[in-house]
Design a protein around this ligand. Sequence first.
Ligand code: ZN
Ligand code: ZN
Ligand code: ZN
Length: 328
Amino acid sequence: MVSPGELRLIDTLLEDDAFEPDISDDGSVNYSAAADLLDEIDDDPTVVLERFATRGVLADGFVSKVYVCPECTSEGLQYTTVCPACGDPQAIETTVLEHVCGYAGPESEFESEAGYRCPDCEQDLESVDIEKKLRYSCQECTESFDVPDDRLRCRECSSMFPPLETIERVLYRYTLTPEGETWLARQKAARRTAAEALEERRFETEIDTTVGDDGSRRVHVLAEDGLMGERRIVSVHETPDAESVDEFCAFAESVGAHPVVVTTSGTVETDVAKRAEGSELTVLTFDEDGESTLEPEYDTTESVGAYRPGLFERLTAALEVPGRNGRQ
Ligand SMILES: [Zn+2]
Ligand SMILES: [Zn+2]
Ligand SMILES: [Zn+2]
């Protein structure tokens, strides 16, 4: 299903170039322009954008990668070196002296009143006998080593992970594809046609508007006949699935509206067709061959044959105000 927010999001790309990721100072990633267009009921912008990329409406172009904490899912992990022995980050690169006997340690250990003395074999040393080296030494376990281990550290929960054990997240910029443009035009035409069909039946209609007491939920089309106290709400789907249609019907009931579901593929899930057999739900197919029309017939995803409940009666029953014909 495409929600009103999602349709608004895709529609914006006709004007704007792309949705780009914003990486903030703390390393977290947002698609804030996309987030502003979506409604509360919609999924996270990244989930929505990826879903439309998967079905070819959007194209995703590589931008960069960020690493996500496997512990708390925060983004913006920070690079640090750690001691290979104890894993502590307090492994600091220092100058160490190494005696030919094999002992190595910080310069301070070798300092004596007379000059240098090996703390291990207690030999007094000339500076030619010792080699100065840069080495890591661990403040936690006294281990010293040439090459530290790599870790990524979470700024939120302080966990540290080897880089390959973190979650790599690829960031994309999303643009509208030519297929996406066609898809968008079809969804909008279906929405407009539904609104016009209801207007012809003397409803006052609004497109992409809020409905309900708290005004938080948006619908593709709201149609109201104040005189008759009748209300319809329209949802536009590519292939209506039972779960979102059930949810839409429940919402329609809560706002005292009759639910109308428009399929732009001409297909619905079998359970949706079953539900539409009753009077509580109307399913219509948007047909764009020639003139844009809505037809009360559709196929189901699990059967090849067309499902045709009484042609036109269903459309009439759904869209007309009951009783009006009788009085005219
Ligand atoms: Zn974390
Ligand atoms: Zn020595
Ligand atoms: Zn250590």
